[in-house]
Every structure is written in structure tokens, then in C-alpha cells.
Ligand binder design. Structure first.
Ligand SMILES: C[S@@+](CC[C@H](N)C(=O)[O-])C[C@H]1O[C@@H](n2cnc3c(N)ncnc32)[C@H](O)[C@@H]1O
Length: 258
């Protein structure tokens, strides 16, 4: 009697990646590198089929969209009122703001309620933090240079400093993201190392001599325990880890709101 074995169906996972991101690369070398990064991400997660929509941050508004705030750049053109400046905010027409500013400066403009771009009532330049404070809109991030890891902590721009520090590494503790309970925090910092990991960053910092990475960070976590590739590059680990931390962060933030 012939026994016909039923082939076991192996589950598959697909990702969607827009081919247009390749068009954004400035050279063939960068395009190849970008394709390689996506290929590595797919390998690490053991993805079966590859296809990602383009980056669509809320402050990267489209030409036809109306929002209470827009980012813009001041223009060179002179206006009759020397106390006003013309700003290109990415709409079909430039808007006038009620301040005299040098050309080429990036500004955040409060658009007000008047959608008529022909109207001559000037709009206001506001601080970069206003959209978030007033309208709860995510408005991008800032970049800070730190010469070593201790200055990352010490030169924290937020009052009171970071109150919870997480380090990431393949040598970290494995906790399921759904079981990870973060304390209520004000300013959370998640650290990513370079080629030789956060351990090396600490070893090379004279202010942290002799310290173990687990003494420096409140927790040290492995966010990708089932990696298919032997090493995860930092740019990949950022994507992986931010996805891993998304739910624990929102749970901790909800506690603050209630
Ligand atoms: C090339 S790895 C560094 C070397 C070493 N494998 C490690 O994880 O410490 C670069 C960075 O990616 C992140 N990383 C790599 N694998 C990770 C993992 N499984 N979990 C969390 N972070 C990881 C860490 O921030 C690490 O410092």
C-alpha cells in the first residue's frame, strides 16, 4: 500500500514596500543600499514576500491639505510693510507673517481659520512645540549631538532629565512586548548602540568607567529574540525596537491620562 503524506502547510508573512522609495535615493549606490536594507529587514523577520508606503509624517502636509499649522521657509521678496515677511508654506500661494525675518529661515506658521490665501491678514509665527501643545499633533523630532553616552543623559533638554532609560541589545533580557510594563514616565530614553553595542559605548566613556550596562540603564532588552540574521544593524534595530515598544509605551502613557 502506498502512503501519501499530506504536505504540511507552512504559514507565510508578507510585507508591502512601495517601489517609489527607491526613486528617492540620490545615486545608484544608495538605491542598492536601500534595497539591501529592506532585504535584511525581511530576512531578520523571516518574511516570505516583500512589497511599504512612503514616509507620511503629519507635518509633511500635502499641497491641498489644510491644517492649523504648517512648516515654511521665509522668502526674499520684499513686502510694502517692512514688519511682515512672505513665507512659502507649501501651498499654491505664499502666506504673509507678522514679523520681519531674514530669508531662508524655517518657521512654524499658525494658519488661523481664514483659508483664503488672497486675504492680506498676516499669520503668526509660533514655536515648533506649539502644534503639539495646542493641537496634540506630532510635529517631528529634534537632533542633538552628544560626544559620549553620559552627555546623552546629562545634557537632556527636558527639565528634570530622562526618568527612564532603556538599553537595547541582543544580550538583553527577553520579555514579550505584551508583558512589558513600563513605569509611568515623563521622559523616556531608548538607547541603541553602534557596531559593538552599548557595552562599548559605556566602556569608552570615562565618566562611566567600570560600570556595567545594566547599572547604567533601568532595563536592558532584547527586542528581537528570534532573529534569522546573525546580527541586527542599528538602523534595523531601531525599526524593530520601536515597534516592540509601541504598545508598552502607549499603555504607560494611558496611565498618565487616567
Ligand atoms: C550591530 S548591533 C551591536 C552588537 C550586539 N549584537 C548587540 O546587540 O549589543 C547594533 C545595535 O543594534 C541593536 N540591537 C541589535 N540586536 C538587537 C536585539 N536583538 N534586540 C535589541 N536591540 C538590538 C542594539 O542597540 C545594538 O547596540
Amino acid at each position: 500500500m502506498r502512503v501519501i503524506k499530506k504536505r504540511k502547510e507552512i504559514p507565510t508573512v508578507s510585507i508591502a514596500v512601495s517601489g517609489s522609495i527607491i526613486n528617492n535615493a540620490q545615486s545608484l549606490e544608495l538605491a542598492t543600499r536601500l534595497a539591501g536594507q529592506i532585504a535584511r529587514a525581511a530576512t531578520i523577520f523571516r518574511i516570505d514576500e516583500g512589497m511599504l508606503p512612503p514616509l507620511d509624517a503629519p507635518h509633511h502636509l500635502r499641497k491641498h491639505e489644510w491644517a492649523p499649522f504648517r512648516e515654511g521657509v521665509t522668502l526674499n521678496e520684499k513686502l510694502p510693510d517692512s514688519g511682515e515677511t512672505l513665507v512659502d508654506v507649501g501651498l499654491s500661494r505664499s502666506v504673509v507673517v507678522n514679523q520681519a525675518l531674514e530669508p531662508g529661515i524655517r518657521v512654524t506658521v499658525a494658519m488661523g481659520t481664514n483659508r483664503n490665501l488672497d486675504g492680506d491678514s498676516p499669520r503668526q509665527v509660533v514655536s515648533l512645540s506649539k502644534p503639539r501643545e495646542e493641537a496634540g499633533m506630532y510635529w517631528g523630532y529634534r537632533v542633538r549631538y552628544a560626544s559620549n553616552i553620559s552627555s546623552v543623559f546629562e545634557d537632556c533638554p527636558y527639565r528634570g532629565g530622562y526618568d527612564h532609560l532603556i538599553g537595547t541589545s541582543e544580550h538583553g533580557l527577553i520579555i514579550n512586548s505584551s508583558e512589558l510594563s513600563l513605569p509611568t514616565f515623563r521622559h523616556l530614553l531608548i538607547g541603541f548602540g553602534g557596531l559593538a553595542g552599548l557595552e562599548e559605548n559605556i566602556e569608552e566613556d570615562s565618566n562611566l568607567k567600570g560600570k556595567d550596562v545594566r547599572e547604567v540603564f533601568d532595563s536592558y532588552l532584547n527586542t528581537c529574540p528570534h532573529q534569522g540574521s546573525r546580527t541586527i544593524r542599528t538602523e534595523e534595530a531601531i525599526l524593530i525596537s520601536l515597534q516592540y515598544f509601541q504598545e508598552p509605551i502607549s499603555r504607560a502613557m494611558q496611565r498618565v491620562q487616567h
